[in-house]
Design a protein around this ligand. Structure first.
Ligand SMILES: NC(=O)c1ccc[n+]([C@@H]2O[C@H](COP(=O)([O-])OP(=O)(O)OC[C@H]3O[C@@H](n4cnc5c(N)ncnc54)[C@H](OP(=O)(O)O)[C@@H]3O)[C@@H](O)[C@H]2O)c1
Length: 308
């Protein structure tokens, strides 16, 4: 098979196409013929060596997979050959999604919803599972709550706005000025241009904040959360922030996304119900993985995907 490998950490040009042995599915695994593989910020961080999740190169990046079942490992009864599937297998271990074929655990993928194409479902898993797990599992979101989604035009944020709306929340979203219309169209009830003034002076009484930005965002977000509310952070939260949260009776959850078949099915149902649309800013052919990662770093609206 062809795959994108890297032999050293570095700039996007370390990503090169190479012939690799076809993977063989072990017991409990399926072999997926990859049609699309999503790009996420973590891919670039691992590529560059800032976040050495996969140890030393050589390795194959990528966790988001959408494709069709090519072969079944021993004992797999949940899928048949030809089924169209998607998922975020093995994260944070190597899934090797930037490739023509990937062998993945059958219980970490799900049938692809019919209401989206492979490019969209290839873009969905990691960002969608993060938004779902952040809001529903860590945040225990309830209908009628006031939710603040930061970075609402990004990969995670644009899905989080729609998931929160679908679950009956009142959604306030932050983004830069040229992205506010997009976020409004996703269904956000209020949008805040974070480049014009501090969001802490514009809102209050928030039940749940989803925080993917970092810096002082966690600290500032505490100011707008009501007692008994929750801050779900995708990035590290320091001890001072945690102590301050506890003084105000605010729960802090620092989450790391995990494979989650049940949530994939929920995301698929939202898509088929017309309540969730994956916005893909641009797709690139597999051999342009480096250019695709560089494009994601320019903060396009929504997601970036490789087509295989
Ligand atoms: N812990 C986990 O499990 C987990 C899972 C997924 C992602 N993450 C992390 O979460 C972050 C976001 O991921 P992503 O896939 O959504 O990235 P993305 O698609 O690159 O989106 C990032 C967004 O942040 C926005 N942004 C930057 N500064 C902002 C600010 N001060 N206020 C509001 N928005 C701001 C950018 O747009 P504008 O600035 O132009 O509005 C951009 O849309 C990344 O750091 C990623 O590594 C963590």
């Amino acid at each position: 098979m062809r795959a994108v490998i890297q032999n050293t950490v570095g700039e996007p040009d370390v990503l090169v196409i190479a012939n690799q042995p076809d993977p063989t599915p072990k017991a409990g695994e399926v072999l997926v013929r990859v049609k699309a593989a999503g790009i996420n910020p973590v891919d670039g961080a691992v590529r560059a060596g800032y976040f050495p999740l996969l140890g030393e190169p050589p390795f194959i990046l990528g966790w988001d997979i959408s494709g069709s079942v090519e072969a079944l490992g021993a004992g797999v009864t949940s899928f048949k050959i030809g089924d169209e599937v998607f998922g975020m297998p093995r994260f944070p271990k190597q899934a090797a999604a930037y490739a023509e074929l990937a062998a993945v655990p059958a219980d970490e993928i799900a049938l692809k919803p019919k209401g989206a194409d492979h490019i969209q479902t290839g873009a969905l898993p990691l960002a969608g599972l993060t938004a779902w797990q952040g809001l529903v599992r860590h945040g225990a979101l309830k209908s009628g709550q006031r939710v603040l989604v930061h970075a609402a035009a990004g990969g995670v944020g644009h899905l989080a706005v729609q998931i929160a709306k679908a679950r009956g929340a009142y959604v306030i979203a932050t983004a830069s000025p040229n992205k506010l219309d997009f976020v409004r169209k996703l269904g956000a009830d209020e949008v805040i241009d974070y480049t014009k003034g501090d969001f802490t002076s514009q809102i209050s009484d928030i039940d749940l904040v989803l925080e993917p930005v970092g810096g002082d965002h966690a600290d500032r977000s505490l100011k707008v959360i009501k007692r008994g509310g929750v801050l779900v952070s995708l990035l590290n939260v320091n001890d001072t922030t945690k102590a301050q949260a506890s003084t105000h009776d605010i729960r802090v959850e620092r989450m790391s996304v995990v494979p989650d078949r049940e949530a994939l099915l929920e995301l698929g149902q939202l898509i088929d119900a017309g309540k969730l649309v994956v916005h893909v800013a641009k797709s690139f052919p597999l051999e342009q993985a480096g250019a695709a990662q560089a494009f994601l770093a320019t903060k396009p609206i929504g997601k970036v995907v490789l087509t295989v």
